[in-house]
Design a protein around this ligand. Structure first.
Ligand code: BTN
Length: 260
């Protein structure tokens, strides 16, 4: 049987990290871990503090979308105080940590859909939301929100705007959330600590992307661009080859990719 409530000691006992997950604030039910984590960051919480929700009632995704977190899934926010030069890499670090931990714990193959979706068999299983607060030109804090569908049953949510899945749906057996979280914290920390010299991170991230070389549509406000996803630059932006042969650079944060 999969565990019903998260046991904090199952996550933290002998956790081999230096700071990520060394302090966990667990809430059985809250609106969004992002809001709580930002408040904690403003109050000076230690770097690596993680806010975890058993259930979110107003989880949010990119582009002001709703993120569903019924019980049995993973919804967390990590508090960081990065240098400004770390910022382009936070989404890469987070998505790679999610992919690596899913693969290690379940044996499933996970891929990344630019910029921040984690997919299994072409369906969304996880998402990343990075929110950064500046104080003048310096970063005051960043909060990395990670959602992973562990036990979500997509069939229960016919209104979802994209194909979704969950680890249990794909695997057909229970998945240990404490195991997943321990891997996640450890992978996140090792990737984060290698910043800002991030060549190997960018390379691995590129290699895990699903859409390179494929025809895609990019919604940018009320503009719709179509072209071939040519490459991603080392700052994470997407290079789109347009039908006229020109290349345009799409910056993460304001686009929706549509498969064609
Ligand atoms: C996306 O795919 O658009 C990003 C989804 C991010 C969801 C996570 S769940 C934990 C954290 N709290 C939230 O309200 N959102 C993020």
């Amino acid at each position: 049987m999969a565990e019903k409530d998260l046991s904090l000691s199952a996550i933290t006992d002998n956790l081999g990290t230096g700071f990520i997950g060394q302090k966990i604030l667990y809430y059985p039910r809250l609106a969004s871990t992002m809001t709580v984590a930002k408040k904690q960051a403003r109050q000076g919480a230690a770097e690596g503090t993680v806010v975890i929700a058993g259930e979110q009632t107003a989880g949010r995704g990119r582009l002001e979308r709703l993120w569903l977190t019924p019980r049995g899934n993973i919804a967390l926010s990590i508090i960081l105080y990065p240098g400004k030069d770390y910022l382009p890499y936070l989404v890469m670090v987070s998505s790679l940590a999610v992919v690596r931990s899913i693969e290690a714990v379940t044996g499933l193959t996970a891929r990344i859909k630019w910029p921040n979706d984690v997919l299994i068999n072409g369906k969304k299983v996880g998402g990343i939301l990075v929110e950064t607060q500046f104080s003048g030109k310096k970063v005051a804090y960043s909060v990395v929100g990670i959602g992973i569908n562990v036990r979500l049953r997509p069939a229960d949510y016919p209104d979802l705007q994209y194909p979704a899945t969950s680890l249990v749906t794909e695997l057909g057996r229970p998945v240990s959330r404490p195991d997943l979280l321990r891997y996640l914290f450890s992978e996140f920390e090792s990737l984060y600590c290698s910043l800002p010299l991030a060549d190997s991170i960018v390379e691995e991230w590129r290699g895990r992307l699903v859409m390179l070389g494929r025809n895609i549509r990019v919604g940018q406000g009320d503009r719709l661009l179509e072209g071939i996803a040519e490459s991603v630059a080392s700052d994470g932006s997407l290079l789109l080859r347009l039908p006229d042969g020109n290349c345009t650079r799409i910056v993460a944060g304001d686009v929706t990719l549509i498969w064609t």
